[in-house]
Design a protein around this ligand. Sequence first.
Ligand code: KIV
Ligand code: ZN
Length: 388
Amino acid sequence: MSVQKIQIFDTTLRDGEQVPGCKLNQAEKLVIARQLEALGVDVIEAGFPVSSPGDFAAVAAIAAQTQEATVCGLTRAVENDIRVAAEALRGARRPRIHTGIGTSDLHIFQKLRTTREDVLIRAVAAVKLSKSFVEDVEFYAEDAGRTDNEFLARVCEAVIAAGATVLNIPDTTGYCLPHEYGAKIKYLYENVKGIDRAILSTHCHNDLGLATANSIAGVTNGARQIECTINGVGERAGNTALEEVVMILRQHPDLGLSTNVQTRRLAETSALVSHLMSMPVQANKAIVGANAFSHSSGIHQDGVIKCRETYEIIDPKEVGVVDSSIVLTARSGRAALAYRLQKLGYDFERPALNAAYASFLTLADRKREVGDEDLHALVEQEKLVAAN
Ligand code: KIV
Ligand code: ZN
């Protein structure tokens, strides 16, 4: 089976940064952009240049610094937005303009207060103008998740004819179910004339917790780019988490899809973004949460100590985490206690281990977690008891 490449389009610095309280300054954006390039993402969406002078300057600085990745700037289907984005991207080795407009009836009639025909005209004009500045033009059909498929296909055909090279199909409100989103991508792949001249891109929001599942449904039905953010940061419930989709494709080679991401840099990238955005990562977050590779119940600990794969599907080193951790709590068993004691240099034979375990449980019932200091104290106490 041939393996197909999925482009990773990171929008941490654009859609991710729209989170209230997560505003980054230019120096911080440059640090994150450098890290994203080292991580191996294919496209960095650096910002929305027309939105503020600060965003313009940050996009220009990222464009100038970035060597390999494509640098992308967002615009509305508005002439001035596109001219400003083209200017901000002037120093980029691989510039991309990302332009678009709402295509669902809700967006057309309630937000834009116009008609489908007018949206088609504006979409084509925006792509043509973008194309006069850069070769690589991505078009987004905002609220594509709730757009009628036949109209969406008409829009896609028109913008491909106007020169779009990437068609972004956003589930802007995180409404779609995975089978619906997958079917939408398949429909476009099979019905849009000229689709061989462009690639389809997923852009899924997480309002129902389905962003990752929808993105995977998209690429298994023909999309070749995933738009995502580190730690899944983004407006409301966030965007598709980069680390999740990348690891799903890696852990399921049967899908025949791969990315260029250096997975061993995932943990450090997650920590950097969390720190600079002052946005903590929930402990049980897949792949990068503090508990993603830690085991605290006796049955699981016993299994992991004997064979890591019994309760872990990913080797933590693959994502840049040094090791799995065995956390001692009142739910831990003798195997875990002996394991942790051994790591500290103590070897307890069975009867002594039983006695130490009884003392450990008393302590663990008082404390949430028993740490190395507690274990040293416990060993000293056991020595005293044995001596008397
Ligand atoms: O969610 C969305 O529709 C977007 C577009 C602006 C690409 O972020
Ligand atoms: Zn979005």
